[in-house]
Write a protein that binds this ligand. Structure first.
Ligand SMILES: NC(=O)c1ccc[n+]([C@@H]2O[C@H](COP(=O)([O-])OP(=O)(O)OC[C@H]3O[C@@H](n4cnc5c(N)ncnc54)[C@H](OP(=O)(O)O)[C@@H]3O)[C@@H](O)[C@H]2O)c1
Length: 287
């Protein structure tokens, strides 16, 4: 990154490890949860030592269901953890990149959200992530807030590998069930990382949706496409009402478009189907 020192939080996570693979060099440092972002002293000390030019903050408490019943932990990691990192950046020439979610738009409409729609988060997870956004916006001027969709990618062994998990399920069952009521954007971490690089290179600041293109794509469409691309003999059925009942009141619509990236001519994130096909070709070569 042109000699700039980059620090990645959550570097062992799904997105964090893709960032480390892409940016990883002597000027990039990645921390897992041993760098506890809720520990203000540790955060300040480590940042003072490394003196990053860019912080890419991916670390988060990401389990939407668990956040709903563990609200203190959700706000402590997602909001206060972000605040601890932001505090270091105040008054310094540091680009702060905060990874957020299209889920923060909540339940306002049935069509894809743009950056000009108001945030109206409906779950504790998304509320705590949105509060993190506000901390960034209220205290810094040199920032990117990037709202992304249903992320996938990474190693087979990653415990959050949704795509590989569905492959295993489909391989071991005659039928799978999936929810056709919730829509969103399956988004490949590799595409997202490339988009982040472009935003940095083009000196962009502010809020951007960063998702692979997908209109009206449900979890059911997503799972059906995964099974089809792996070429596994397994029926994918629409789940009956209540089969995937959730504790968290997640919006039925988490879909978005990269409205600002499109207007700026900077959108490099292709269609969800093409990216999923690329990823599954890679995974198949390892199976
Ligand atoms: N996954 C999605 O579908 C999705 C959708 C929209 C937005 N996002 C956002 O994208 C970002 C990356 O998500 P992801 O899917 O890559 O998440 P992930 O795989 O769950 O990674 C999150 C990482 O955060 C680290 N972490 C948790 N608590 C921490 C703490 N107190 N201090 C420091 N690190 C801590 C964990 O580190 P250890 O592994 O070392 O424990 C974990 O690896 C998150 O900000 C998330 O909100 C994700």
């Amino acid at each position: 990154m042109n000699g700039k020192k980059v620090l990645v939080t959550g570097a062992r996570g799904m997105l964090g490890s893709a960032l480390m693979n892409y940016f990883g060099n002597k000027d990039t440092i990645g921390f897992g949860s041993e760098f506890d972002i809720t520990d203000l002293n540790m955060v300040s000390k480590k940042l003072e030592i490394f003196k990053p030019d860019i912080i890419i903050h991916t670390a988060a408490y990401t389990d939407v269901e668990v956040c709903e019943v563990n609200r203190d932990k959700a706000y402590k990691i997602n909001t206060i953890g972000t605040q601890n990192l932001v505090n270091y950046c105040i008054g310094k020439d540091v680009l702060f990149i905060y990874i957020s979610s299209t889920g923060i738009y909540g339940r306002g409409k049935n069509t894809p959200y743009t950056e000009f729609d108001k945030a109206n988060p409906s779950t504790i997870h998304h509320k705590s992530k949105y509060e993190g956004e506000l901390v960034v916006q209220n205290h810094l001027s040199k920032y990117l807030i990037l709202r992304t969709g249903w992320l996938y990618g990474g190693e087979k062994t990653h415990n959050k590998n949704f795509v590989y998990k569905r492959f295993l399920e489909a391989s071991n069952n005659d039928a799978l069930y999936s929810d056709n009521t919730q829509i969103g954007n399956p988004t490949y971490v590799v595409d997202f990382v490339k988009q982040i690089q472009i935003l940095i290179e083009k000196n962009q600041y502010g809020i951007f949706n960063c998702v692979n293109g997908a209109v009206n794509i449900s979890r059911y469409d997503y799972v059906k496409k995964i099974v089809e691309l792996f070429d596994v003999r397994c029926n994918v059925n629409i789940a009956p009402d209540g089969m995937f009942a959730r504790v968290a009141p997640v919006s039925h619509n988490e879909s978005a478009i990269n409205y600002k990236l499109n207007m700026l001519g900077l959108n490099v994130m292709g269609s969800w189907e093409e990216s999923l096909a690329k990823y599954i070709i890679d995974l198949k070569s390892e199976i």
